[in-house]
Design a protein around this ligand. Structure first.
Ligand code: IYR
Length: 223
């Protein structure tokens, strides 16, 4: 059997405009309900749901199809505790000296501080790494292209997939995050991109009273 370089693309769904409008509206109505959650219950998440969401993330467009991402799923209590400890160490420095006053002021509406109990309370953390290079089974090193952009897009897919599946998320970026390599035993060429907290909102979870910009503030139509 030959392995052709190109194959016909037959999966595209050609929709009627009416259906397109309906679907675009339904998707917007669904995605606008997603909120970043900082109060999680300890209810466990179904691992097969998570696996499907990771597969969805892995379909993201990326540089030269090198798929320069690595998702490390953590449900182990003591590893979560260790991550919380290290993250809070960095966040303490951030909130007491690293962040400018301007930055701290910008964060006031979120009500965040150096305490990150959700890193232990939530049932699942996904540490997302971006690969600067890949190492083939024969030891050969291969450069990755547009790794940050690619991993950003895949992370977006993952967040949307999890929301669609009925799971809440928090994008958390303790900075610097290199401690994740050590705790999770990842090689140096994998750079921590984001720590995604996954679970269900706790019963009395609250979110900041903030709003998204209207279309005319986020888009220009030239034509
Ligand atoms: N990483 C810190 C600070 C922080 C920064 C931004 I920009 C946010 O949108 C939210 C938080 C923290 O997690 O508290």
């Amino acid at each position: 059997m030959s392995n052709p370089k190109f194959i016909p693309y037959t999966d595209f769904e050609h929709l009627k405009e009416e259906e397109m409008l309906k679907r675009s509206k339904e998707f917007y109505d669904k995605i606008k309900k997603r909120r970043t959650i900082r109060h999680f219950s300890n209810k466990k998440i179904p691992i097969d749901v998570l696996k499907n969401c990771l597969l969805a993330a892995g379909t993201a467009p990326n540089g030269a199809n090198m798929q320069p991402w690595r998702f490390v799923v953590i449900t182990n209590k003591s590893i979560k505790k260790e991550i919380r400890f290290e993250a809070e160490k960095e966040e303490h420095i951030f909130y007491t000296s690293r962040a400018s006053n301007e930055w701290l002021k910008a964060l006031e509406l979120l009500g965040t501080d150096e305490h990150k109990p959700f890193l232990e309370e939530a049932p699942c953390l996904i540490a997302i790494f971006s690969k600067k290079i890949d190492v083939l089974p024969n030891g050969e090193k291969v450069k990755q292209y547009y790794a940050q952009e690619s991993v950003g897009i895949a992370t977006g897919f993952l967040i949307v997939a999890l929301h669609n599946a009925g799971l809440a998320t928090l994008t958390h970026t303790p900075s610097p995050m290199r401690f994740l390599n050590k705790i999770l035993n990842r090689p140096e060429y994998e750079r921590p991109f984001l720590l995604l907290v996954v679970g269900y909102p706790s019963e009395n979870a609250e979110v900041p009273n903030i709003h998204k910009k209207p279309l005319n503030e986020i888009a220009d139509f030239i034509g």
